[in-house]
Design a protein around this ligand. Structure first.
Ligand code: ZN
Ligand code: ZN
Length: 356
């Protein structure tokens, strides 16, 4: 953690900031190790301050390193954070602070301190994962994969409702150690699968169609994300062809994941395959996104993904084809970018699996 604060110091120097006030729970956890819901840190060259409220004091003493000074408690974190003065140019997380909080912040720091938007400082550093972070993402993915094997592949889904299957996935992940889900699982059969972000319904899953399952675990501070589309029996040849197309797009895009290309260049690989098959308008979302402490973070593998991919990024590769009122297919792997290529974290087969 202490190395992380040092990386923040270096980034602040680049931006000519003397300190940064960090209050968003995920950034705070990455920076200090604190897992509670209410805390605040002031970080910068020569500045280490951490505060929380009464409920979390004992926890903070266990989680937050001594370099932050002993965790202080305060009912008004902001008032205490600025007590004793702040340096001249202080950044704040403008992407997490409300208009009302910004107003209070201005009043609290008083004259002589310039508040500067400092959003993205911590998020930017979080993009390149440390080996220990990659291990945690792998562990979350493992739990999610095991839950899928148990609930979908072994348990069978035909005749059960989408909502039951989604709930079982959630429980199976938690039973294996997940703290929760990284997002509410999507289980969408037949025409419902044509909605990329479908909500599971109280409707039994029929035989002879495709079912999109998109789920992930949140464990130890890190998220996983995976999608598989399974068949529930004999398929219409058109559905099979769509599956094969999406798989081909997924594999070609995956092969392009390595340090160097921009996010949009990898997106374009999958899009070219799907466009050539006449389905351009049926692939309406980006190819993938970064995954870390947040399930959706930078970098984006999409038409607007202008950041270059570097080693240590963890991204999804998830093309989809959605035929309105008919079916949807999406295949998503979680991938870590290595020095010369990538490692696929997801362990589940991408051959079209038929489940009962
Ligand atoms: Zn997903
Ligand atoms: Zn995803």
């Amino acid at each position: 953690m202490s190395a992380r604060a040092g990386r923040v110091d270096a980034e602040l120097r680049e931006r000519e900031l003397d300190a940064l006030i960090v209050g968003s729970p995920i950034n705070l956890r990455w920076l200090t190790g604190f897992t509670g819901s209410n805390g605040m840190a002031v970080v910068g060259p020569g500045v280490r301050r951490f505060l929380t409220d009464f409920r979390y004091l004992a926890q903070a003493r266990g989680e937050v390193a001594d370099e932050w000074g002993h965790a202080e408690i305060a009912s008004d974190l902001l008032a205490r954070a600025v007590e004793g003065g702040l340096p001249a140019r202080v950044g704040f997380e403008d992407d997490h602070v409300t208009v009302r909080q910004r107003k209070r912040l201005g009043e609290a720091v008083g004259e002589g301190v310039e508040l500067v938007p400092g959003g993205g400082v911590v998020e930017g550093l979080r993009l390149v994962k440390e080996p220990d972070e990659i291990e945690r993402i792998r562990a979350a993915a493992r739990v999610a994969d095991e839950a899928f094997r148990e609930v979908v592949l072994e348990g069978g889904i035909v005749g059960r409702t989408e909502r039951e299957v989604a709930l079982d996935l959630e429980v199976a992940m938690r039973r294996r150690g997940a703290d929760g889900v990284s997002f509410s699982p999507i289980v969408a059969a037949g025409p419902h699968g044509a909605l990329p972000h479908a909500t599971p319904r109280d409707v039994p899953i029929p035989a002879g169609t495709l079912v999109v399952v998109d789920w992930g675990a949140q464990q130890d501070g890190y998220a996983s994300d995976c999608t598989r589309t399974v068949a529930t029996g004999e398929l219409d040849p058109r559905d099979r062809a769509v599956y094969d197309l999406v798989l081909r797009a997924q594999l070609e895009a995956l092969a392009a994941v390595r340090p160097g290309p921009l996010g949009r260049e990898i997106d374009a690989v999958a899009r070219a395959v799907i466009d050539a098959a006449g389905h351009a308008e049926h692939f309406g979302h980006g190819l993938g996104h970064g995954v870390g402490m947040d399930v959706h973070e930078e970098p984006r593998l999409s038409k607007t993904g202008d950041a270059a991919i570097v080693a240590g990024h963890v991204v999804t590769v998830e093309p989809g084809v959605y035929l309105p009122d008919q079916i949807g297919v999406r295949i998503e792997d979680l991938v870590v970018v290595t020095g010369d290529g990538h490692d696929v974290i997801s362990s589940l087969s991408k051959d079209l699996l038929t489940v009962s």
